[in-house]
Each structure stands twice: as C-alpha cells, then as structure tokens.
Write a protein that binds this ligand. Structure first.
Ligand SMILES: CC(C)(COP(=O)(O)OP(=O)(O)OC[C@H]1O[C@@H](n2cnc3c(N)ncnc32)[C@H](O)[C@@H]1OP(=O)(O)O)[C@@H](O)C(=O)NCCC(=O)NCCS
Length: 201
C-alpha cells in the first residue's frame, strides 16, 4: 500500500470510502439514499479547499483510504461558508417544515448543509487543526492507519500547527482505541453524541 497526496481525480473514491465508513466506521450505504451526501458533508471540502492536507492510500485495487485535515478550523469553516456550502445549498433544499426527529438521514445532512454546526472556539484552544481518517476494511488493522496519521501529523507540524483535534463517536470503540494509541487525549465529552479528542504537536 502506498500513501500519496490526494489528487482531484481521487474525488469519487474518497466519496465512496466516506459512505462505506459512515456507520460508526462501518458501511453506511444502507443509511443514505443518496450515497454522495456523506462525501459532500465530511470529505469533499478538504480535497477542494485544503488539498495540501489530503492524503490517500492505494493498492492494486485502487484507493483504500484517506486522511484529510484542515490547518485552521475556524478559517476552514469560514471558507466552507463562502466556497463550499453555497453550491450544495442550491442542489439540496433545506428540509424546513419537517420535524427534526422525522428527518431521514439524507434530510439531516441537507439540514446541516444549510445550518452547519460550527466548532465552538473554546474547544479549539490549543488544537486549531482538525482531521478525519477512514480506511476500507482491506486496509484496516495492519498499521496503515498509523502510517496515514503520521503523514498528516508531520504535514501539520511542517505548517507549524500547535495541535490537532477530531470528533469521534464513543460507539466507534476501535477508532477511540486507535486515537488513544496515538496519544490523543479527551478534550470534551458530549455523551452519546461524541467525543472531542486532541493532540499537541
Ligand atoms: C480507525 C482506523 C483509522 C484505524 O486504522 P488501522 O490501520 O485499522 O489501525 P492500525 O492497524 O494502525 O492500529 C494501530 C493501533 O490502534 C489500535 N487499534 C486499531 N484497531 C483496533 C481495534 N479493532 N481494537 C482495539 N484497538 C485497535 C491498536 O492499539 C493498534 O495497535 P496494535 O496493532 O499494535 O495493537 C481504521 O480502522 C478505520 O478507518 N476504520 C473505519 C473508519 C473509522 O472508524 N474512522 C474513524 C472515524 S472517527
């Protein structure tokens, strides 16, 4: 398996991996009618807006995973607002009028495109960068994740980032164990909704 900088041509593979890991790290294709939505929500913007911090791992079968990040989360969220969400808002209507607990998973993402949840500055603190990592099953459990994280963390260090954070569901026990193994510590807990973890660089 080879780790390399992600290219614009990796977009479809990255979107595919995003939905195939969207159910707490497992295949989430049954959750979404539109399989592009998780990619729009959690992956595409990094490739488009922060390509220097987007890496993929590939083997003979093709791209098997990605790690993507943003150097400055607050600046990235501002750029999402100006350069990423507007085109998606034109394509996907805001599901106003549908009660929150009646919204489908697709509609929950449509809603988030129109009303994105911003990272509270108090949680960013000394960890202004953030990242996401997802590998297909064939790449998991053999050290590839660690190598991918090392690549991204080194790229962040080279850009003088003082620290990085990430969000993970406590139900994704494998991912939580993986981040702890990499010396990430818990910055904040939001019950079943998620765990914010961070690492000083
Ligand atoms: C989570 C993920 C990135 C880990 O990458 P990986 O390549 O599988 O992990 P590695 O092989 O590098 O494992 C490194 C260490 O993490 C921990 N770890 C990894 N998988 C684990 C598991 N299933 N249970 C417990 N600990 C685990 C171990 O400490 C392991 O060290 P060891 O192999 O010496 O025991 C990868 O499995 C993945 O992409 N999963 C699906 C998508 C996902 O959940 N992404 C995270 C969303 S927040």
């Amino acid at each position: 398996m080879q780790i390399r900088q992600a290219l614009a041509t990796d977009r479809d593979a990255i979107y595919d991996i995003c939905v195939r890991t969207a159910d707490f790290g497992n295949d989430g294709r049954h959750l979404y009618e539109d399989h592009e939505l998780p990619g729009h929500m959690w992956a595409g913007a990094y490739l488009a807006l922060e390509p220097r911090l987007a890496f993929v791992v590939a083997d003979d079968e093709g791209v098997a995973g990605y790690v993507i990040g943003a150097l400055d989360t607050m600046d990235f969220e501002r750029r999402l607002e100006s350069d990423w969400w507007p085109a998606l808002r034109d394509c996907y209507p805001n599901p106003t009028g549908i009660a929150r607990d009646l919204r489908s998973r697709d509609q929950q993402i449509h809603r988030s495109m129109h009303r994105p949840v911003l990272t509270p500055p108090e949680f960013i603190g000394e960890h202004p960068s953030h990242l996401h990592i997802d590998l297909l099953p064939r790449a998991q459990g053999r050290g590839v994740g660690t190598a991918m994280m090392t690549t991204l963390l080194n790229a962040l260090r080279a850009l003088d980032s003082p620290g990085v954070h990430l969000g993970v569901s406590p139900s994704n026990e494998r991912a939580v164990a993986f981040y702890k193994h990499l010396k990430f510590t818990t910055l904040a807990e939001f019950g079943e909704h998620g765990l914010l973890m961070g690492l000083r660089l």
